[in-house]
Design a protein around this ligand. Structure first.
Ligand code: THU
Length: 133
């Protein structure tokens, strides 16, 4: 599957609508294109016991792994309250993305004005922790 940044943002925005975020009212959607060109989506799923809630990126990564994908080529993240706001992946999600990424992995974020920004994972998580070199 070929997917432009705009397409991937659309998938993330679409799954964001299904987020379960009654506590923060901040819905997030994430969409991944993996090493085989397959699409995986996920949204945040909160819980009354706050710490066990899941971020959207974690949900999308779980979907990728369960479907047999192993590497993230590109991931789009779209989040916000009533309206879309620039939603940078949280620190934990940057580490989770790094687990399945390489130097060329791209993270695409939707801005408030509708435009998209893309960054490499290395820009988001320089000097990140890895067990493997
Ligand atoms: N959230 C994500 O889904 N991804 C992030 O990278 C940042 C935060 C979610 C977690 C929680 O459900 C809500 O946004 C507010 O923090």
């Amino acid at each position: 599957m070929t997917c432009t940044d705009a397409n991937l943002i659309e998938h993330a925005a679409s799954v964001r609508e299904r987020a379960y975020a009654p506590y923060s009212n901040f819905k997030v959607g994430a969409a991944i294109i993996d090493d085989k060109g397959n699409l995986h989506i996920g949204c945040n799923v909160e819980n009354a016991a706050y710490p066990i809630g899941n971020c959207a990126e974690i949900s999308a990564i779980a979907s990728m792994i369960a479907s047999g994908g192993s590497e993230i080529r590109k991931i789009a993240v779209v989040g916000g309250g009533e309206t879309i706001e620039p939603c940078m992946p949280c620190g934990g999600c940057r580490q989770a993305i790094a687990e399945f990424s390489d130097d060329n992995t791209v993270v695409v974020i939707k801005n408030t004005d509708g435009s998209a920004s893309s960054l490499t994972l290395n820009e988001l998580l320089p000097h990140g922790f890895r067990l493997k070199s």
